[in-house]
Write a protein that binds this ligand. Structure first.
Ligand SMILES: Nc1ncnc2c1ncn2[C@@H]1O[C@H](COP(=O)(O)OP(=O)(O)OP(=O)(O)O)[C@@H](O)[C@H]1O
Ligand SMILES: [Mg+2]
Length: 481
């Protein structure tokens, strides 16, 4: 139900879409999503507006509500794809959830709020990583020092601890102080060891250290209308002490393993968790984005008075306060949702946006329609995007030294097939390209490095040979493509 995308957000090379102009955002989306100009523009404007709002005086800024968007379009035309790309481009907290999941029994009610909790978790992780980068140098230095201490414990009669961390103190040889001698030789050995450590020569060496006991806490879940995850963490907090949280045991580890452990511990020491939580909550409130996919699945109003429509409407009613602006209780504090941007999307082939309850409709003032895709778009989708299908297959085969090549008329023929099958059976948009490509290349994928011809060329002739029979037989293509 929930997609976290922290692996991309906050990356140093992650694009900072938040400082891009709408034109730049659209240009960036163009690299991955073909066509759908209107949707891209609407999204770009909404994102930019958040930045604009933040520059307003506070009293005015509080009044500017986000212009939530509904993207409407047939299946397989890029709605979710736009969301995926946005997630990777923004450094704002971003979460994509499927509205349909909230209809599940037991999930109606407060659990809709869990998306805000998840969003906050994500923001905390994001901020924590930023902080981690800030303290990186110090953390690494401390870790090295602790590793050295573990590998070479200081002599018992150690001099005042000031010298212990100050390796630049020149070794003083004095016959009056044998302890000083021992200390000097200790420091010398330590520096030698440090060199070795830095050269990576000690990675395998075993050492003993205290390791925090993890696990051990019996896990159980309570089902309450408060939302499960919240109960879970409360129980953990409450019982942590009881079950000896923070208990440590001595373990034997390799240097490389110990380093990971210590890095974590040192990082935790240097990062102010309270500050992280405060920044994260603020960021969620000011620039959080929730992508509500499959919103059409919860459209449908109660008329008869029972059946699935009841729970669908229930989900909408639960969504309403969150979209309108409310306080959601998270483990990091209350989060105000007034200025979170919601982008909803749905195919709406059975239901219509007007089947949503009126209050919710009003909360999504911007409607954009995505266009059905035709042959021309298919050709472009096959070849243009950054990791288009053809590029993927070429790269996959290259790992086995097969140089796959697609000609222009080959791409054209594939697109033709997609259009024909979409028309004859069900229109599943660009998803059709995936099934067709898989079928088309099946033999090549199967043979792989055992292929006789290491440079297979996919041209119109090849496509026709492989696919025409299937495409022309409606029943067959219904099953195969
Ligand atoms: N406009 C497009 N540009 C590039 N690729 C596209 C485009 N539309 C669809 N695709 C490809 O087709 C696949 C399916 O598209 P997507 O998941 O965005 O469909 P959707 O519009 O969300 O449909 P649904 O309503 O069924 O969820 C994507 O993985 C993507 O590779
Ligand atoms: Mg989708």
């Amino acid at each position: 139900m929930v997609f976290y995308m922290p692996e991309h957000a906050g990356e140093p090379d992650a694009l900072d879409m938040d400082h891009m102009s709408p034109k730049q955002i659209v240009a960036e989306l163009d690299r991955y999503v073909i066509g759908q100009k209107k949707a891209k523009r609407a999204v770009a404007i909404a994102l930019r507006n958040r930045m604009r709002r933040q520059r307003l005086p506070k009293d005015l800024a509080d009044e500017v509500a986000p212009k939530n968007i509904i993207m409407i379009g047939p299946t397989g035309v890029g709605k979710t794809e736009i969301a995926r790309r946005l997630a990777r481009m923004t450094s704002s907290p971003f979460i994509k959830v499927e509205a349909s999941k909230f209809t599940e029994v037991g999930y109606v009610g407060r659990d809709v709020e869990s998306m805000i909790r998840d969003l906050t978790d994500m923001a905390v992780e994001l901020v924590r990583r930023e902080k981690a980068v800030e303290v990186r140098g110090q953390v690494e230095q401390n870790t090295e020092e602790r590793l050295l201490q573990l590998l070479l414990p200081a002599p018992p009669a150690a001099a005042p601890s000031k010298a212990a961390s100050d390796s630049t103190v020149p070794p003083v040889a004095s016959d009056a102080a044998p302890a000083e001698n021992a200390r000097a030789s200790y420091l010398r050995s330590k520096e030698k060891l440090r060199d070795k450590l830095r050269r990576g020569e000690l990675e395998e060496r075993p050492l003993e250290m205290e390791v925090a006991e993890s696990g051990g806490l019996p896990s159980f879940k309570l089902w309450t209308n408060q939302g499960m995850e919240e109960m879970n963490f409360n129980m953990k907090d409450a019982l942590g002490g009881l079950f000896g949280r923070g208990a440590k045991k001595r373990s034997r580890l390799k240097v490389s393993e110990a380093r990971e452990q210590i890095l974590k511990e040192e990082e935790e020491k240097l990062i102010d968790q309270g500050q992280v939580a405060r920044i994260a909550v603020d960021r969620v409130e000011q620039s959080g984005i929730v992508f509500l996919d499959e919103i059409d699945k919860v459209a449908g109003r109660r008329e008869g008075g029972h059946g699935p429509d009841v729970s669908r409407e229930g989900v909408q009613r639960d969504l309403l306060p969150i979209v309108e602006g409310t306080l959601v209780n998270t483990k990091f504090g209350h989060v105000r949702t007034d200025h979170i941007l919601f982008i909803a999307s749905g195919a709406f082939h059975v239901s219509k946006p007007s089947d949503l309850i009126p209050e919710l409709q009003g909360r999504f003032p911007i409607r954009v329609e995505l266009d059905a895709l035709g042959k021309e778009e298919f050709v472009r989708i096959l070849s243009e995007p950054h990791a288009s299908l053809t590029k993927q297959y070429i790269a996959l085969m290259e790992t086995e030294e097969v140089r796959l090549q697609f000609t222009e008329d080959g791409l054209d023929a594939i697109a033709d097939c997609a259009v024909t099958v979409n028309e004859a059976t069900e229109n599943i948009g660009a998803r059709r390209l995936q099934t067709i490509m898989e079928r088309l290349l099946e033999d090549i994928l199967f043979e792989g490095s055992e292929l006789e011809d290491r440079n297979p060329v996919i041209d119109r002739e090849f496509v026709n040979r492989m696919l025409t029979d299937i495409v022309e037989d409606r029943d067959l293509s219904r099953y195969i493509l």
